[in-house]
Design a protein around this ligand. Structure first.
Ligand code: ADP
Length: 398
C-alpha cells in the first residue's frame, strides 16, 4: 500500500486538506468552508455533493469528518507517514520548516501576537491532527520563513528602534512558500540552478505580494509586519499613508474600525464598490463600469511601482514571474501593469500572454524583451508535502 502524506491548511473559517502519495502526486483534496457557522460544509475536489458537517462545525470537527471520509474511501487505511501544516507566522524564530514537538508548538503560540487571526487557528489544526495521529511526525511550514533572509535595510521600519527590540515590530513578509516554489520552478524551466536564480516573483491572488529573490534567497518583499502592507488586494488596501489613522480618528473612526476597513472593505472591493473578484471587475470594466476600471488601474499601477522598486535589491534579473489566480490568468492585468514599465524594457508577446504561457514553458515575453517574463502556477501544498516528508525522515533517523 502507498505511503501517503497529509497537508493541512487551516484558515480563519476554512480548512484545506490535500493527500499526496510518496511520489508527490496529489491523490485527493478537500475544502471545508464557513466553519463555526450554521452553513459549515465540506467538499472533495471533483465531487458534486458536499459532505455533511454538523451545524457550527469547528476546524476539529471538519477535520475529523474529512479523515473519516478518507478512511471510508480506502485512502487512509493506514496512518500517513507525515503531516505538513501551513503556519502563517513564524516570527524570527523559524527560518525554515520545523518538526512539531512541544517546544515548536510553544514557539508558534508565542508568535500568535503577530498573527492573531491565523496562528491560533493553525494551532487548532495541529492539535487536532496530533490527537488523531499521535505517532505520525508533523511538520510546520511557515509563510514567513523564506523571507527571513531579508537584509536589515529591507526589514526595518524607520521607527524608534525600541519597537523592534521590545515588540519585534519589523517587516516579515508572507506567501514565502509560494515565492520559494516560484524560484525553484523558474530555475527548472530556465535550466539554471535555484542558487543562481534571481527573479521578481508576483503572487496575485485574493492576497497579493511581490518578492525580490537574489541568488535563490528572498531579499525584499511587499508585505510587512502583517499581510496588509504593499500591493492592492481583493479586500485589503495595501500601502496607505500612516497619517490616515489620526485623520480618520478626527472623523470618529476608531483604529479598530479602520483596521477592519483596511482589511475587509478596501482594495478592489473598496475602489469598485462591487466586488473583490478581479475576473468580475474585468467583465464590469468591459461593459463600461468606471469604478471597476479605476480599481484595475490602481491595482496595476501599484504593482508596476513595486516591480520597479524590487529592482533596487537585484544586480541581475533572470525573470519576472507571475502566479496566483490573477497573476496566472489575467492577460489584461499583466499587460496593463507592464505598460507602465516600458523604460525598464519588459515586453510581452501578446499571444503568449493571452495563453498564460501554457504552451511555451511559462514564457510570455517577446523576442525584444530585455528580461524573460513568465507565468508559473504556484503549488504551496506540494512544498509543504515535500518538507513534511523530508523532516519526518530526519526525525526517524535521529
Ligand atoms: P487565493 O488567494 O484565495 O488562493 P486565487 O489565487 O484563486 O485566490 O485568486 C483569486 C483571484 O483570481 C480572484 O480575484 C479571481 O477573480 C482571479 N481570477 C481567476 N481567474 C481569473 C481570470 N481569468 N481573469 C482575471 N482574474 C482571475
Amino acid at each position: 500500500m502507498e505511503d501517503i502524506i497529509l497537508v493541512v491548511n487551516c484558515g480563519s473559517s476554512s480548512l484545506k486538506l490535500a493527500v499526496f502519495d510518496s511520489h508527490y502526486n496529489k491523490v485527493v483534496s478537500a475544502l471545508a468552508e464557513r466553519l463555526s457557522t450554521d452553513d459549515a460544509f465540506a467538499r472533495f475536489a471533483g465531487d458534486e455533493a458536499p459532505l455533511s458537517l454538523p451545524s457550527g462545525a469547528s476546524h476539529e470537527a471538519a477535520l475529523q469528518a474529512l479523515i473519516d471520509a478518507l478512511r471510508a474511501r480506502g485512502i487512509l487505511e493506514r496512518d500517513p507517514v507525515a503531516i505538513g501544516h501551513r503556519v502563517v507566522h513564524g516570527g524570527e524564530t523559524f527560518r525554515e520548516a520545523a518538526l512539531l514537538d512541544d517546544d515548536a508548538i510553544t514557539a508558534i503560540r508565542d508568535c500568535s501576537g503577530l498573527a492573531p487571526l491565523h496562528n491560533p487557528v493553525n494551532l487548532s489544526g495541529i492539535s487536532a491532527t496530533r490527537a488523531l495521529f499521535p505517532d505520525v511526525p508533523q511538520v510546520a511550514v511557515f509563510d514567513t520563513a523564506f523571507h527571513q533572509t531579508l537584509p536589515p535595510r529591507a526589514f526595518h521600519y524607520a521607527l524608534p528602534e525600541a519597537y523592534y527590540r521590545d515588540w519585534a515590530v519589523r517587516r516579515y513578509g508572507f506567501h514565502g512558500t509560494s515565492h520559494y516554489f516560484m524560484t525553484q520552478e523558474a530555475a527548472r524551466l530556465l535550466g539554471i540552478t535555484p542558487a543562481g536564480t534571481s527573479i521578481i516573483s508576483a503572487h496575485l491572488g485574493n492576497g497579493c505580494s511581490i518578492a525580490a529573490i537574489r541568488d535563490g534567497i528572498s531579499v525584499d518583499t511587499s508585505m510587512g509586519l502583517t499581510p496588509l502592507e504593499g500591493l492592492v488586494m481583493g479586500t485589503r488596501s495595501g500601502d496607505v499613508d500612516p497619517g490616515l489613522f489620526d485623520f480618520l480618528a478626527g472623523k470618529g473612526i476608531s483604529a479598530t474600525e479602520l483596521h477592519e476597513v483596511l482589511n475587509k472593505k478596501s482594495g478592489l472591493l473598496g475602489l469598485s464598490g462591487q466586488s473583490n473578484d478581479m475576473r468580475s471587475l474585468c467583465e464590469l470594466a468591459d461593459h463600461g463600469h468606471k469604478p471597476s476600471e479605476l480599481a484595475i488601474d490602481v491595482f496595476c499601477f501599484r504593482l508596476a511601482k513595486y516591480i520597479g522598486s524590487m529592482m533596487a535589491s537585484l544586480t541581475r534579473l533572470n525573470a519576472l514571474v507571475f502566479t496566483g489566480g490573477i497573476g496566472g490568468n489575467s492577460a489584461r492585468v499583466r499587460q496593463q501593469t507592464l505598460s507602465h514599465l516600458r523604460l525598464l524594457g519588459f515586453e510581452l508577446d501578446p499571444e503568449l500572454n493571452q495563453c498564460n504561457g501554457l504552451y511555451s514553458d511559462g514564457r510570455i515575453d517577446s523576442e525584444g524583451s530585455r528580461f524573460p517574463i513568465m507565468v508559473i502556477p504556484t503549488n504551496e501544498e506540494l512544498v509543504i508535502a515535500r518538507e513534511a516528508l523530508r523532516l519526518a525522515e530526519t526525525s526517524q533517523t535521529v
